[in-house]
Design a protein around this ligand. Sequence first.
Ligand code: E4P
Length: 222
Amino acid sequence: LELYLDSANLADIKDLSHALPLAGVTTNPTLMAAGGMGLNRLLPALTDILGAEARFHVQVVGNTTDGIIAEARKLHALPFDIVVKIPAHAAGLAAIKQLKKTDVPILATAIYNVQQGMLAALNGADYLAPYVNRIDNLGFDGIKVVGDLQAFIHQYQLPGKLLVASFKNVRQVLQVLSHGVRAVTLPIDIARQFLATPATDTAVEQFNQDWRAAFADRLSYE
Ligand code: E4P
């Protein structure tokens, strides 16, 4: 299972990296604008935090097929493990189809329905990113889209791997994992929810209170 943070905020990523087994980071133009840094500063700083094996999913901002292809090649030339995120619209799907003749790793992003994911997978995308919560907000069922896409990939033995994105609660994440999804990207607030352990904290506080009442500051091996 690959676990990513969906963020370009160095302080948040550093804070969460201590306890989470992160494969890397996913970004989009909105997140990078909020982070206030270009890739020239962001990627070295993230490598310092996450290590040289970290994988970065970085989105193109071009809208034409030729523009996307040129941008993807430039991103691929950077000295980091970069997967190029390309929107699964017509211009992006055409770019994915052409780029698959090269060795540029591709994530098809902004997937809102099964047919978009199907075309991206058939065109050779390495990763597919359906947006669970945004699909739900349109009145459809994001979890079902993920389940159907996962079944499609399995049925036709396609190499594309789902990297599911856009979550608004922990339950959505657990639901997609129960479909056999092998990569998810968590927004910062949801990642913090994963690390929230109120019942454990209460139990541990009681254990320690009982210990201190009996032995004060002694340690158990003393
Ligand atoms: C995924 O690739 C996008 O960066 C992102 O996950 C979209 O999620 P949001 O709906 O939380 O903005």
